[in-house]
Ligand binder design. Structure first.
Ligand code: MCA
Ligand code: AMP
Length: 485
């Protein structure tokens, strides 16, 4: 038994000739192709010494092979660790040192990251070439429900990365629950433009497709023109709010283009009610908004049948526990077969991130409305979500504080029409130093992936502080917010 592989490859084995994936560039795979490609890659991983429980770090381009590699890791009993290709060398080094993978597959073609020379490394194309010598049939390495299947890093409020370890149970339960909740069938065609290295694009979009035996149109990434061109062939589309804002800004995105899609979903960041309304006015369709986290997979969802309420993320998914600590608005706490058990090599975080009775504290603040739908009203964690990507201010502040001439800094998120929130920094110069905001941004860019770099740097005389000396981020945010137009 290999619980996740059994769930993800069940449909493939019942309908091997069914289409799994195509790309505009002309790649087409059936489910039999996927089964065999993942089997060959699982052999190749074993030949490279990967054993049950080993981490395999993966930083690749988007492709059918990248999806097959994910399945190959699961089948070989390894822990799949996807990494954002946008990471700069220092970020990558830190994560690899923490994860201690048995193998690093990457970097993507066309990038020049060096990994520590002691680490076993091969590019995806090289691994696929090695895999060609192996049979497509592979006997999955047995695993239990509790064994880890994947690990995803989140930066954390201390600025120190932590690896959320997801078990076979977490991922299998989540994929099956969502597939049922959203009525995925073998006839569905999902237009896939989300990154493959996050929960949304991989564990929601790809896993639901696999469980149902649906098919994917895999684009190179999100761009409104590409989406408008391919959407008439699709029945499903998933995005972060920024995707919908950008689609609505494109006159080519019309009711006609969207007419064949039976379900548009949104998540990873709050969607403005006005975006919901504009989308409905343009297409006649209502986006289904849902809520989840890397540590928990999906938690709540507006219904497939029944009212979808803009400004809410719907009721808890079946089998998932969601409670509010407090009478009305309070901390959102969750538990269920989808909720992870802890962070990689950080047992001390069980104390701080779980309640005494075992519920995971999400760091979000919410309330249930009179219909039992959850509203996310804010966050207790210091986090900016920019274009659906999480940026932890602490991590950016640590980089800024270390720059020559910077005395101290504070980073906040301010409302942004396209990204939802934009990362903005206030820096205080050391005495006698003249700081140039452009130079500060450029220096930060060398140490941080582009999406974390402040879109604006303000040089200020002092940071607003309360009587205890703590930086008052709400006051700072109000000072830095662009004036209303
Ligand atoms: C790229 N850039 C960004 C972002 N993305 N800056 C701020 N916020 C961003 N999200 C910067 C790049 O570093 C670059 O700057 C410049 O913008 C152009 O880069 P490019 O890659 O061309 O940008 P883009 O194609 O316009 O990308 C924007 C995007 C993308 C399409 C919104 O960020 C995206 O796909 N976001 C979705 C992320 C996602 O899947 N989130 C789910 C995780 P420079 O040149 O300086 O480098 S959350 C999750 O999984 C939970 C569980 C959930 O609930 O779903
Ligand atoms: P991540 O750590 O990337 O998994 O991001 C998880 C966080 O994204 C959650 O804790 C929420 O703060 C946020 N999030 C995800 N979906 C939604 C949503 N639909 N509305 C509001 N916030 C969301």
């Amino acid at each position: 038994m290999n619980p996740l592989s059994d769930v993800l490859l069940h449909a493939a084995r019942s309908r091997p000739a069914a289409p799994f994936l195509d790309t505009p560039a002309g790649t087409t795979w059936t489910y039999a192709d996927l089964d065999a490609a993942s089997g060959r890659l699982a052999h190749a991983l074993q030949q490279r010494g990967v054993r049950g429980g080993d981490r395999v770090a993966v930083q690749t381009e988007r492709s059918a092979d990248a999806i097959a590699l994910h399945l190959a890791c699961v089948r070989a009993g390894a822990v799949y660790l996807p990494l954002n290709p946008a990471y700069v060398a220092s970020e990558l080094d830190e994560l690899l040192a923490d994860a201690a993978p048995a193998l690093f597959v990457g970097p993507p073609a066309g990038t020049a990251h060096e990994v520590p020379s002691a680490m076993a490394q091969i590019g995806l194309a090289g691994l696929v070439a090695e895999a060609a010598a192996h049979p497509g049939v592979f006997a999955d390495v047995p695993r239990t429900d509790d064994d880890p299947a994947a690990m995803l890093y989140t930066s954390g409020t201390t600025g120190r990365p932590k690896g959320a370890v997801l078990s076979h149970r977490n991922l299998a339960f989540s994929a099956q629950t969502l597939t049922a909740a959203w009525g995925f069938t073998a006839d569905d065609v999902l237009l896939h433009t989300l990154p493959l290295f996050h929960t949304h694009g991989l564990f929601v979009a790809v896993h639901c497709t696999l469980v149902a035996g649906s098919s994917l149109i895999l684009l190179d990434g999100f761009d409104p023109g590409g989406v408008c061109a391919q959407l008439p062939r699709a029945t499903m589309f998933m995005g972060v709010p920024t995707y919908y804002v950008r689609l609505l800004a494109d006159p080519a995105f019309s009711a006609e283009v969207a007419a064949g899609v039976r379900l548009f979903t949104s998540g990873s960041a709050p969607m403005l009610v006005s975006t919901h309304e504009q989308f409905r006015a343009r297409t006649g369709q209502t986006i289904l908004e849902r809520y989840g986290m890397t540590e928990t997979c999906m938690l709540t969802s507006n219904p497939l049948d029944g009212p979808r309420r803009p400004g809410t993320v719907g009721p808890p998914l079946p089998g998932v526990g969601v409670r509010i600590a407090g009478d009305d608005v309070g901390a959102v706490e969750v538990r269920g077969p989808n909720v992870f058990d802890g962070y990689w090599r950080r047992p001390e975080l069980r104390e701080s991130e779980f309640t005494a009775d075992g519920w995971f504290v999400t760091g979000d603040l919410g309330r249930f409305d009179e219909h039992g739908y959850l509203e996310i009203v804010g966050r207790s964690k210091d986090l900016v979500i920019s274009g659906g990507l999480n940026v932890y201010p602490k991590e950016v502040e640590q980089v800024l504080d270390a720059l020559p001439g910077v005395l101290e800094s504070a980073v906040v998120g301010v409302p942004h029409a396209d990204l939802g929130e934009a990362v903005v920094a206030a820096v205080v110069a050391q005495e006698g130093v003249q700081l140039d905001p452009g130079a500060v941004r450029a220096a930060a860019r060398e140490r941080l992936a582009g999406f974390k770099v402040p879109k604006q740097v303000h040089v200020v005389a002092a940071l607003p502080r309360n009587a205890m000396g703590k930086v008052e981020k709400a006051r700072l945010r109000a000072q830095l917010e662009p004036p209303p137009r």
